[in-house]
Design a protein. Structure first.
Length: 223
């Protein structure tokens, strides 16, 4: 098991991409080519995910992790990415970039390579913390995530980040083997303790159930 220390060289990027009503399928198909080729051919491209909100399929969240800035530039200059950008210019209705700072990153060692696997459960949470509680919240939530990734075999990956311009706002992106794994996680002592100990620190909690579209990683950021 690694020690979960943050690697300051990692580049982590989070986007919200809303497609035009009739363009989601095109967006998805070009995304498959971009993500699968990149994870297979680019040494420094470590993790790439695209998942849409279950009850609003045109709203997609994209999470990407690169070994370092040089690795991101290699990806940005790739033919598959240029094709993806060209498609996006005509297919997207809205594009939101979250400038984030990594707080916790952990993946199981087996690589993920899943396309349209509807059994996988993905959760995105955006949580706003009260002033004066950020450090305490961080200690509690990171401890909970470390325990979860160590003890729960069916959690495939967990990521936490804060907004660079607002340290009170946290983003969590979590991948579970299936819905049962997510429900079992919510019953664990460490999760229940986390909820109880932080309930008075939270101003706002936005929870999104995402549907697996394209999920690929190298399993390098592992426990």
């Amino acid at each position: 098991m690694n020690d979960f220390n943050i690697n300051p060289n990692l580049i982590i990027r989070l986007f919200k991409l809303t497609t035009k009503k009739d363009k989601q399928n095109i967006f998805h198909e070009v995304g498959i080519e971009n993500l699968t080729k990149s994870i297979q051919s680019e040494k420094g491209t470590l993790s790439m995910y695209v998942a849409n909100i279950k009850d609003n399929k045109n709203v997609n969240y994209v999470l990407e992790i690169y070994k370092d800035e040089a690795s991101y530039k290699i990806h940005a200059n790739s033919e598959q990415f240029k094709k993806y950008v060209s498609m996006a210019a005509n297919s997207l209705e809205d594009r939101e970039v979250f400038e984030i700072q990594q707080q916790f990153i952990a993946e199981k060692s087996n690589p993920i390579f899943e396309i349209n696997n509807i059994d996988i459960s993905i959760r995105l949470a955006i949580i706003t913390i009260k002033d004066g509680f950020v450090d305490k919240f961080k200690d509690i939530v990171l401890n909970e995530m470390k325990i979860a990734m160590t003890k729960e075999d069916n959690i495939l990956a967990m990521y936490a980040a804060t907004l660079k311009n607002d340290v009170n706002k946290w983003c969590f992106f979590e991948i579970y083997k299936d819905e049962n794994a997510y429900n079992e996680h919510r019953k664990t002592d460490h999760f229940i303790t986390y909820i109880e100990e932080t309930k008075n620190m939270v101003i706002l909690k936005e929870l999104f159930e995402l549907e697996s579209g394209i999920l690929v990683n190298k399993g390098i950021l592992n426990v």
